[in-house]
Structures are given as structure tokens and as C-alpha cells.
Design a protein around this ligand. Structure first.
Ligand code: ADP
Length: 167
């Protein structure tokens, strides 16, 4: 990748990617040349989709942003990964005050680990502030309509996943 490109890393679980994540990414693309969506392999959460499924869903959901967004899986410390990508910024989304405490702690800890990397917070459109992957999985599992919360590829994948669970 050429030098001087402004690149930001957006880490998370993305289980699965939602319209809230996509909203934050589209805002970041107004400020940066490239967003690296980084799916964390080392997580204590028990995900619904495998790492590869989450990567494929994110890639399909962002096909229109080809060349501006890259989806990768990362292991180990986030700050090391950010440096390996030639980036200096971490992107996180802030939905409500409830996100703040955890995000603040993470941002300061990451700064302690590497003073060269800044965390940037973006807020989604107000209609997405109550969206989380967790709540969408709950609604999907119970057969609710999630079409306004996730891209069509994700809706389809969730339907298949939950049909499989019922069998
Ligand atoms: P993590 O397990 O790291 O919280 P997530 O995939 O749940 O991973 O979220 C990744 C980032 O995206 C976090 O900063 C989270 O606050 C943010 N995020 C999740 N859902 C939304 C949303 N609806 N609007 C804005 N930001 C969001």
C-alpha cells in the first residue's frame, strides 16, 4: 500500500455486521482513505458465526466500497495489529453512555500500550443507536423481522443459521 494513505482500523467481533457498523464505516470513509475491518479471533464471546463466515458476510455487505474497505481477521494485541497495517488510528462506535466506560478504559489502555496510536469514536445515525449484534441475534432467533437492521446478505445467513438450529 502506498505511503501517506490515511488508514484506520475498525476492530470488533462483527457477529454479524449490522447497519450500525456500516453507518460508522461510511462516516469514517469521509475522513480516511481506507478502513480495515479487523475481526478479533481472540475473544471471550461465544459467536454465532465462524470467523470466516463473519469475514465473508462483511465483505459481501461492503462490496460497493471495494478498494476502500478491507476485512481481515486478527490475533493478538490490537495495537500490534494496527502498527502492522501501517495505521495510526483505531475506530470505535459510540452508541450511548453505556458504551462509554468500557470504551474509555480500552482507549486509555491501548494508548498506554502504544502512545503513537489514537482511538477515534464516531456516533451512528440516531436510529442505529439501539442496535447491537446481540439484540439482532435475539430477534432473529425468535423469528422477528430484522431487515431494517442488517444488510440483506446477513438477514439471509441468519435465517439459514436459525433454521439449522431448529432442526
Ligand atoms: P466488540 O465485541 O469489540 O464490542 P462489536 O462488533 O460488537 O465488537 O462492535 C465493534 C464496535 O462497533 C464497537 O466500538 C461498538 O461500540 C460499535 N458498534 C456496534 N454496534 C454499533 C451501532 N449500532 N452503532 C454504532 N457503533 C456500533
Amino acid at each position: 500500500m502506498s505511503a501517506g494513505l490515511r488508514r484506520i482500523v475498525y476492530p470488533g467481533t462483527f457477529d454479524p455486521i449490522t447497519n450500525g457498523h456500516l453507518d460508522v464505516i461510511s462516516r469514517a470513509l469521509q475522513l480516511f482513505d481506507e478502513v480495515v475491518v479487523a475481526i478479533a479471533a481472540d475473544t471471550t464471546k461465544k459467536p454465532l458465526f465462524t470467523l470466516e463466515q463473519r469475514q465473508a458476510l462483511a465483505e459481501k455487505a461492503m462490496a460497493d466500497w471495494n478498494g476502500k474497505v478491507r476485512v481481515t481477521i486478527f490475533r493478538g494485541l490490537l495495537v500490534d495489529f494496527v502498527q502492522s497495517q501501517d495505521a495510526r488510528a483505531i475506530l470505535r462506535g459510540l452508541r450511548a453512555v453505556s458504551d462509554f466506560e468500557f470504551e474509555f478504559q480500552m482507549a486509555l489502555m491501548n494508548r498506554k500500550l502504544s502512545d503513537k496510536i489514537e482511538t477515534i469514536f464516531l456516533m451512528p445515525r440516531d436510529t442505529y443507536t439501539y442496535l447491537s449484534s446481540t439484540i439482532i441475534k435475539e430477534i432473529g432467533r425468535l423469528g422477528g423481522d430484522i431487515s431494517s437492521f442488517v444488510p440483506p446478505v446477513v438477514e439471509e445467513a441468519m435465517r439459514k443459521q436459525f433454521q439449522g438450529e431448529k432442526r
